[in-house]
Design a protein. Structure first.
Length: 452
């Protein structure tokens, strides 16, 4: 909307109704611009501390430390530590003899020592190639004259080949340390003087992948039978296109799946959630609430706290501040009673749940959108972030507060988030998986490395 100076002068000389109409139009336009600026500021300022965005999206922004300032440096109180201790069986002992007396220069080689003081140096041995030669015998039977020959061990099929150690190290470096094939080859060459080709390394990874199939099936079965699972998903680029890595995990076992979809189709392909009947901790992704599923829900409190922080930062809503404080208070109380081996009493439960309801009821005037103007264009009006969050808290109250009633349920979904974090590191290193098969190989080997 643009007006020249001459047009504005003409309007100013018009009748009061025209001037009032012009000013009203300007105010409406200004209000739209303010809303647009506010939304852009929200998008620009959103990070992992006040929204559901992952930490990897924060870029070079300096993260805010979760530790209180000051205090003792080093490991936190209660940390076991990893201090070296003297081993009773060293691999090598070097005795440093006293040969002469520093006072009178007398020879002391033949004088027995009265005591020893020990110090040990722990070091890594220099790596080298270890070659095992297998020889099969051939004999002639003296009774019947038939030649007999022993057999090579299973897997020994070529005149010269790589052993199982090469395959295990290749898979470990590629998956757990996210090294590209070229750097793995360079590392082997630096350590042993021998550089395998990238095709050889890929074949090693594929053999490990095939070997782990029975283990993966066993882990999935154990997860299905567990009382509580964490679930999450993250974007993964394969052949330059966005796909999704899904995880279902608990404190002992982890399963991964790669699928082109994020929602229900992926869950069905994974084959775990459709038959699961325990408690699932997740971040309120709508697909988890399908009516076909029989598991109970527990929502991640950390996600809710961050979303409340976003409402506090940009909308200045009081109800979000109060809800954030209530959730933190509830979890602090729950942790305390769990450490004491008790449960939250029914009186405290009723009080917390009542305060939860009151906060949402009193916050309606802040988050509820005004009634649409009937003279304007019809159609559904987009809800604000505050309205969406408040309605989610109201609709899923039992899932939000389940940690109060069930000691198995944690406050957040950190277990699943930790288990998929390194996948983002792998993608940063590689940029994209070149084939879907490579992504599935990575997922299965990561499953093995991060299950007990």
């Amino acid at each position: 909307m643009k007006y020249t100076a001459e047009q504005i002068k003409q309007i100013s000389r018009s009748d009061p109704d025209t001037i009032a109409s012009f000013i009203t139009m300007l105010l409406v336009h200004i209000k739209k611009l303010e809303a647009r600026v506010s939304e852009l500021e929200r998008q620009l300022g959103s990070n992992s501390s006040n929204s559901s965005k992952p930490p990897s999206s924060d870029g070079l922004r300096k993260p805010r430390s979760m530790r209180p300032s000051g205090g003792k440096k080093g490991a936190p109180r209660g940390h076991d530590g990893h201090t070296f201790v003297l081993t009773p069986h060293p691999d090598e002992i070097i005795r440093h003899e006293v040969k002469t007396c520093s006072h009178c220069s007398a020879l002391l080689q033949d004088i027995p020592a009265q005591s020893h003081t020990r110090r040990q140096v722990v070091d890594l041995p220099l790596p080298r190639l270890f070659v095992t030669e297998h020889q099969v015998e051939m004999k002639m039977c003296p009774c019947c004259g038939v030649k007999q020959q022993s057999v090579f061990p299973e897997g020994v099929t070529a005149s010269v080949q790589y052993g199982e150690g090469w395959k295990a190290w290749t898979a470990y470096l590629s998956v757990n340390h996210c090294l590209p094939l070229e750097r793995i080859a360079q590392l082997f060459e630096d350590l042993s003087g021998h550089r395998p080709s990238e095709a050889t390394l890929l074949s090693h990874i594929h053999r490990v992948f095939e070997h782990l199939e029975p283990l993966e099936k066993d882990i999935r079965q154990r997860l299905k039978q567990s009382d509580l699972l964490h679930a999450d998903e993250t974007g993964l680029r394969i052949e330059g296109r966005l796909q999704w890595l899904h995880t279902a995990t608990n404190a002992e076992w982890t399963a991964y799946d790669v699928h082109e979809k994020r929602g229900k189709k992926a869950f069905e392909a994974m084959g775990m959630l459709p038959t699961y009947t325990g408690i699932l901790v997740h971040d309120c992704w709508a697909s988890y609430f399908s009516g076909d599923y029989r598991f109970e829900h527990a929502l991640c409190g950390a996600h809710l706290l961050r979303e409340c922080q976003g409402i506090i930062d940009y909308d200045k809503h009081r109800w979000a501040t109060e809800m954030q404080a209530l959730l933190r208070e509830a979890w602090t109380l729950t942790k305390k009673v769990r450490e004491e081996g008790r449960c939250v009493t029914s009186t405290i439960l009723a009080d917390l749940e009542s305060r939860y309801d009151v906060i949402l009821e009193q916050g309606v005037h802040e988050w509820k959108s005004p009634e649409p103007d009937p003279s304007k264009k019809r159609g559904p009006k987009a809800k604000s972030k505050a309205a969406n969050l408040a309605e989610r808290l109201r609709l899923h109250k039992p899932a939000v507060l389940r940690f109060l009633r069930d000691e198995r349920v944690p406050f957040d979904n950190s277990q699943a988030e930790r288990d998929i974090r390194m996948v983002k590191v792998k993608q940063k290193v590689s940029g994209t998986f070149r084939t879907p098969e490579g992504a599935h190989r990575f997922a299965r080997m990561w499953l093995y490395l991060h299950s007990s």
